[in-house]
Design a protein around this ligand. Structure first.
Ligand code: ATP
Length: 276
């Protein structure tokens, strides 16, 4: 319930509007996750099974967590987020019990989404696990049992994220488990422009800033990099306009505030600091 409250409290009220450059991905997510959560009867009527598990894969910072949170918010689904390393580490000795309680909580509050970040940490290929990896072995088995046992199909959906899909235990990808996959690509120039526009939405940009140009010269940057770039450009502007001595002043002249306008050069300087 604490997770739900934190979600409701604001901080992460992300919506589809906050996702840039992933049009087709969002479309697939809506079909695979939003539709069954909202209207499970459609799947029944069509005679097909609503998915239980969806695997998101893509490089770090491409928006996997963002997409999962957005779909939960947009559908008002109960959202529980856990991560593979956390299950093994923080809950050492109680990993399976923790997984069971997560699934119980999700069923109780359905419709809900369970998000498992870095799933490769709990579900590596079992045959590659040596004798010392007994914990992981049991955790994979527990996860599979819980997914097979999900009663309210369509009402509880498990979204798992990984940047190493080939490391996953193939048993996880069988029908009825994570049998749908969505790839989050590294954004192209147009995607980068959309992401830059999202992250500079609330920023005072000078007239000489051409985001299309910034998008052109940021080949290889993913969403998280572009967000960092916008933040760094703002900080560069701050340092330029407000020399350190002024920061100690207790009042800030209105004119100084008005001068805070992020310029093209601020973006260019920021580019020297932020790398993909
Ligand atoms: P990791 O594999 O490291 O967990 P991830 O794929 O889950 O990465 P997120 O945590 O979703 O990536 O992305 C980090 C931040 O980068 C997001 O909170 C968001 O601000 C920004 N971001 C990433 N992708 C996008 C995108 N497509 N549109 C807008 N912002 C994005």
């Amino acid at each position: 319930p604490a997770g739900k409250e934190a979600e409701k409290a604001g901080r992460s009220r992300v919506s589809y509007e906050d996702i840039g450059g992933l049009g087709p991905v969002v479309q697939k997510i809506r079909e695979m996750i939003e539709l069954p959560l909202r209207h499970p009867q459609i799947f029944e009527k069509l005679g097909i099974q609503a998915p239980k598990g969806v695997l998101l894969h893509g490089s770090p910072g491409t928006g996997k967590t963002l997409v999962a949170r957005a779909v939960a918010n947009e559908t008002d689904a109960y959202f529980i987020s856990i991560s593979g390393p956390e299950i093994i580490g923080k809950f050492y000795g109680e990993s399976e019990a923790k997984l069971r309680s997560v699934f119980e909580e999700a069923e109780k509050h359905a419709p809900s989404i369970i998000f498992i970040d870095e799933i490769e940490a709990i579900a590596p290929k079992r045959e590659e696990l040596g004798g010392e990896k007994q914990v992981e072995r049991r955790v994979v088995a527990q996860l599979l049992t819980l997914m097979d046992g999900l009663k309210s199909r369509g009402k509880v959906i498990v979204i798992a994220a990984t940047n190493l899909p080939n490391l996953l235990d193939p048993a996880l990808r069988r029908p009825g488990r994570f049998d749908r996959e969505i790839v989050l690509p590294v954004p192209d120039r147009y995607g980068r422009l959309q992401i830059l526009e999202i992250h500079s939405r609330g920023m005072p940009l000078a007239a000489d800033v051409d985001m299309g140009e910034v998008a052109r010269i940021t080949h290889g940057f993913v969403g998280a990099d572009l967000e960092a770039l916008c933040r760094e450009a703002a900080m560069t502007c701050l340092r330029r306009v407000l020399p350190e001595v002024d920061l100690a002043q207790s009042t800030l002249p209105y004119e100084t505030l008005m001068q805070l306008e992020i310029s093209k050069d601020d973006f260019l300087s920021a580019l020297r600091e932020v790398e993909p």
